[in-house]
Design a protein around this ligand. Structure first.
Ligand SMILES: *Cc1c(COP(=O)(O)O)cnc(C)c1O
Length: 357
């Protein structure tokens, strides 16, 4: 995509990462006290880590540049080469991290069939191999809250507990990918520490719905975080005056959590509008948070064609597959934008249904 084309995007629903840091967030960043993060001397980073550990009900936390690094550091601590990580087949850690688990830790990631990104405790039990010399050693069950490719679905607490029971009985650690954990918290009313409780390690993404420019916080018990520091440094994740970034996280925890409900409302509103358009298949009841998956109902058009048309109108959405598109709401999206998006989709679909010739 050319630079010109990108700057002409007015309504960006490609991901919640499209949210820009707000003026108030930038002011908080500019004022942040800083120090050498790698030496544990950055007061803003230390505050953010204490705050995140408390929010997640864990002993300690670690600031990292990205969510991918959180997943990779955590799995490197939990696993050795030849161990096995189990995750939903469409999980980010399996699909979207450049096979980092295989390259960094040397562990195998086994996919578990999932509906809307979620599997049942029994599915985990059935996926566990019998302990044999020739089998990989199952070590970690990895869960994404909310499920990204599952359409922002929220794992119910009881299901997480059921999975933790199976994991515990089989000596597996539990790891939570919390790129959108606060979306799950706001949508369900379940506190973050309750969602985090069944897990040995959990991270909180700052750059998705929370709207920060950089960063994520990984939490666990003291021994886990001590070991994680080693991997953070080893992977080049130790930073210097990172308090400027941590200040954005602290600001987001103060000001951008409750407002996630607006993003969820916007996603529901978009889903309702799309549902009324002939040729679009969508189940608004499945839109639990800020991700809207919708399908083209027939063969007349492909998802790429619709996405290209929308781009011409200054609207960017994601293409999931030949017929499926994805729109993600965030703090840069206004209610009027949704009307415009739905109107553009409707115009395109009407055009498609005219006799060609
Ligand atoms: C975005 C995302 C990540 C990676 O986070 P980054 O901060 O972009 O590295 C991991 N897991 C899920 C579910 C995500 O949506």
């Amino acid at each position: 995509m050319t630079r010109e084309r990108r700057t002409s995007i007015r309504i960006d629903l490609i991901s919640d990462t499209a949210a820009q840091p707000t003026p108030a967030m930038r002011r908080a960043m500019a004022k942040a006290p800083t120090g050498d993060e790698q030496r544990g001397e950055d007061p803003s980073v230390n505050r953010l880590c204490e705050r995140a550990a408390d929010l997640l009900g864990k002993e300690a936390a670690l600031f990292l540049p990205s969510g991918i690094m959180c997943n990779q550091v955590a799995l490197a601590v939990h696993c050795r080469a030849g161990d096995e990580v189990l995750a939903a087949s469409n999980a980010h850690v399996l699909q979207s991290e450049g096979a980092a688990v295989a390259t960094i830790t040397g562990a195998l990631v086994t996919p578990i069939d999932a509906q809307r990104g979620m599997f049942q405790p029994g599915d985990l039990a059935r996926s566990l191999r019998r302990r044999k010399l020739r089998a990989p050693r199952p070590r970690v069950a990895c869960i994404e809250q909310t499920s990204n490719r599952g359409g922002g679905s929220v794992w119910p607490l009881a299901k997480l507990q059921g999975i933790a029971d199976i994991a515990g009985a089989n000596g597996l650690a539990m790891h939570l990918d919390g790129a959108r954990l606060m979306n799950a918290v706001v949508a369900s009313g379940v506190p973050a520490r309750a969602f985090a409780a069944p897990f040995d390690s959990v991270w909180l993404g700052l750059t998705k719905g929370l709207g920060c420019p950089v960063g994520a916080v990984l939490a666990g018990d003291r021994d886990f975080i001590d070991a994680a520091w080693w991997w953070k440094h080893r992977l080049g994740g130790a930073m210097r005056q990172a308090g400027i970034l941590a200040a954005a996280g602290l600001h987001a925890l103060d000001h951008h959590v409750d407002r996630l409900e607006q993003d969820h409302g916007a996603a529901r509103e978009l889903a309702r509008r799309l549902q009324s358009i002939p040729g679009i298949d969508i189940a608004p009841a499945l839109v639990e948070t800020n991700i809207v998956l919708f399908d083209l109902a027939d063969e007349r058009s492909g998802a790429d064609d619709l996405a290209d048309y929308l781009l011409g109108e200054g609207i960017r959405v994601g293409v999931e597959s030949g017929r499926r598109l994805r729109a993600v709401t965030h703090l840069g999206i206004q209610p009027d934008d949704l009307v415009e998006v739905a109107d553009s989709v409707e115009r395109y679909m009407l055009d498609m249904s005219k006799p060609q010739g």
